[in-house]
Design a protein around this ligand. Sequence first.
Ligand SMILES: Cc1cc2nc3c(=O)[nH]c(=O)nc-3n(C[C@H](O)[C@H](O)[C@H](O)COP(=O)(O)OP(=O)(O)OC[C@H]3O[C@@H](n4cnc5c(N)ncnc54)[C@H](O)[C@@H]3O)c2cc1C
Length: 723
Amino acid sequence: MSTTPTDTDRQQSFAETALRLGGKSEEEARRMGAVDRADEQVEHMFAPQYQTVNSPVHKAAWEKRVPIELFMPPPLPASAPCDGAMDRSFEVVRRHREAGTLFDEHKKISTTVLGDLAQAGYWGMLIDPKYGGQGAPFQRFTRFLTRVAVQDATCAGLASVHGCIGAVDPVRTFGSPEQKARFLPRLASGEALSGFALTEPGAGSDLTAMRTRAVLVGDHYEVTGEKLFITNAVPGRSVGLVVKIDEKPAVLVVELPREENEQFQMVNYGLYALKHTWNRGLKFNRLPVPKENLLVPRQGDGLTIAYHGLNLGRLSLCATAAGSMRAMLANLLPWAHFRRTYGAPIETRELVKRRVARMAGLIVACDALTAWGSYLIDQGYRGELECIVAKIFGSEAQKEAAIELFMKTHGGRSFLHGHTFGDNVHELLAPCIYEGEGEVLGLAFFKSLLKEHGKQFFEPIGKAFQAAGIAKPNLANPRHAWVVKRELWAYTRWLVGQKFGGRQVDSVPGIDPRLAGHLSFAQDQFGSFGREISAAMAKHQLKLADRQCRMAELSSRVQDTITLLVTALHAHQKRDEVTTAAADIVCQDLRRKLTGERPSDAYFRDLSKLADTIVGGGFEAIAGAPVAEILMKYEEDVLGVEYSPPRGPRRAALIVGKPIDVGARLKESGKLKAVVSSLTTELESRIQTLLDEIGPGLPFPGIDGRKMIDADRGGLDVAASVV
Ligand SMILES: Cc1cc2nc3c(=O)[nH]c(=O)nc-3n(C[C@H](O)[C@H](O)[C@H](O)COP(=O)(O)OP(=O)(O)OC[C@H]3O[C@@H](n4cnc5c(N)ncnc54)[C@H](O)[C@@H]3O)c2cc1C
């Protein structure tokens, strides 16, 4: 991270200048300026090569080449020291989910589970081992979150609340050595679980409206104000609390009192989303907080700290969506196999196949964005643009998967109590809102993308007009054009360079032809984004801030192109047919969205082919996902058709006979070849005996996915299990 301090605090930001020049009210310019400054301060924490202007997305849009190598993270190393803690933590979640003991009497993740996870090392994943943590690289952490989310999305979400937006990231990134030594060991061990308290009743999207204040009184701050929607807000736990100190945003690490009192109260309300964890309001009335708990970033203020953690939280959200969608797809398949209409299972219908294939495509795209964004974070990039793309795509994909694909396929049963959709619909939709509502974030993405270009070319033009006292510039007016002749010349040179300067288009050796097509399409799109964004600025000039729909439209196209590019390259790295086919589907969908073309018959055939493979158990990504009972089963009673188990992915183990002590035989014989040969003959004979026993006349013992069949036939112990 860069250590060079700058005086950005005192400078007027680009947004502030633009809004003032564009005639916005003083208050709006000042508030947006504060947000923009916080953003620039985060920027200055990073070494120049990792700042937004040098990020892959910025380069792709404004430079003459899409830096393919920055969109294609290398595969993760096979193992890392944090793996043991990850496996143990995963087992805790899986075990409690299977035993039905994840939740307490309030239907919240129980303190036993939180404690078991603490023992496993879950809460210290992102904390340096010297403070008792696991030191997980972020890319490994997010991949792990996907795995956990398949089992339980709330557990996965809590790891992000604690580690990314909660107290962990602010302290490890901005804490002094003394603060790190004081807080991190307790945060790593799970003794202190944490959340992040930013939102207030009057301040959500507009964080500058925040009113909670801290006043220094002797050796402590007194905090007064109210927070709303705070996840993991429980007496005795910790929060990274954003307050105003002397009118500037700041972050205090607050250990919430164990009991409510005059200075601290919880505000309880009924909340549909995040129902398995506590989410509450917090009221403070001169709550004392030691002054040593104030985090002081080298530059910037509390919003700087908030934005840093939110970036990580946004990638984690995409990772969790990838896990939740795996669980949805794993639950959709048995139902589509079971449900028959007009005499055939709905899994054979093209409409349903489209949903299966689309869901696989969304999963692969979320995996791709998560891995890519997390890799950039590990490399040291700020990753703001990249994290926003992942957050928006992840939350929208999960929403589509839940409603358009999962709910519609499950029909009326979706709304039964006990159904995965009905029980979790709010959980599945809420990510569109928390950590920044998608469309508002899309505007932030666009503003970040054009900021440097605006500063370079449009701010000087605006300032020249302002200096000349021209309130309504019109370049057709020769006097107006004369005023900005120097600035216009610089801009014209840039435009000509863009139009005629040529672009480098790279190919990736050995890439599947389907993916290669998407790769060159994406590069082609990037060839014109710079000019398009610039043209929007030129047209609307300093009023562009009011053209939100235009900004949103452009923003969404750039984001879609990034998703397409990253997904195609991710599939290329994976080199397996199902991932490639799923990536191809989502890339074709994105291309059609971008070009407005209609789907071809070949596309529908691709969908069906991929769906058939997935229905046949060929999508490894969903292996091991828990599958709920089908509700209101009916065949046996109504149709007299025996239910056959789904052909979803599963692992099978067939144990024939008693265990053989190979070591003892080797000792006895002394010849490896002879032992292998006798073992092979023996095994063949045991299998033959087993097959003879089953025989054509005997019904094959039903394997229903849960039951263990343990038959003792003719001296052979036979056990078959399907997991
Ligand atoms: C389940 C859940 C968990 C949460 N957990 C936390 C937490 O742990 N900590 C925390 O601090 N917060 C948390 N939040 C709060 C969350 O981050 C906010 O709800 C979110 O940022 C949106 O703020 P808001 O609800 O006040 O929406 P508002 O600010 O009221 O905005 C409503 C909508 O108005 C529109 N809008 C607003 N401003 C503009 C604009 N300038 N231009 C165009 N349109 C605009 C947007 O569509 C926006 O979404 C949580 C929320 C939920 C639902």
